[in-house]
Design a protein around this ligand. Structure first.
Ligand code: AMP
Length: 210
């Protein structure tokens, strides 16, 4: 599981991980955005929360993860990105783990100072086709505004503006930070300095899991 504030680099590490390990990445934010794009009932319910930077209600997100766990590709395990984000979600996850007979190998907390989070979030660009994440300054595509992998026009997330970033970080501090103690108490937590560089962060994750 990857734990960390918005902009800490969870999605970027998840993408690296997914290319090597034969398990799906279950990223609740990505699944919710897909539902909004496809205008599903879940997307309609989630949209206003996401646009404001608030958390989508626990019951909706827990149901979403429950069905992601039931998919055939999740039988051999998964990587969780962006879930759980509240104590209620963490407790629900414990129940789901019991139900599916799985356990968490490790929870990686990626620590990044707030000023860095804000600059990462406000400069973030996303490929709507393959999901690859760029940054306009620190990780630009070869050709401005175009995905290196598939040539799609890069977009910005609706919630990646300075104002919403502030409230998302505040929500993280209030509602998600308690999970640090929750998983530390279970002996599952590995803390990583999220400013050491993408390759080094990936190395820590790999070495810890090997
Ligand atoms: P992310 O892509 O992880 O930054 O998530 C984007 C937005 O989706 C968040 O700001 C929330 O509004 C919503 N979201 C994603 N995961 C969760 C979750 N586990 N619980 C509640 N809301 C979530």
């Amino acid at each position: 599981m990857l734990l960390g504030a918005p902009g800490s680099g969870k999605g970027t590490q998840a993408a690296r991980f997914a290319s090597d390990y034969d398990v799906p990445v279950i990223a609740t934010g990505d699944i919710l955005r897909k539902n909004i794009k496809e205008n599903t009932p879940l997307g309609q319910q989630a949209q206003s929360y996401i646009e404001k930077g608030d958390l989508v209600p626990d019951d909706l997100v827990i149901a979403l993860v429950d069905s992601a766990f039931a998919e055939a590709d999740a039988k051999g395990g998964w990587l969780l990105d962006g879930f759980p984000r509240t104590t209620a979600q963490a407790e629900a996850l414990d129940v789901l783990l019991e139900k599916t007979g799985k356990k968490l190998d490790r929870v990686f907390l990626i620590n990044v100072p707030k000023d860095v989070l804000i600059s990462r979030i406000t400069g973030r660009l996303l490929c709507p086709k393959c999901g690859r994440i760029y940054h306009e300054k620190s990780m630009p595509p070869s050709e401005a505004g175009v995905c290196d992998l598939d040539g799609a026009a890069l977009t910005r997330r609706v919630d990646d503006n300075a104002e919403t970033a502030e409230s998302r970080i505040a929500v993280y501090n209030e509602q998600t930070k308690p999970l640090i103690d929750y998983y530390a108490a279970k002996g599952l937590l590995t803390e990583i300095d999220g400013t050491i560089g993408l390759d080094k962060i990936e190395d820590v994750i790999r070495e810890t899991l090997s």
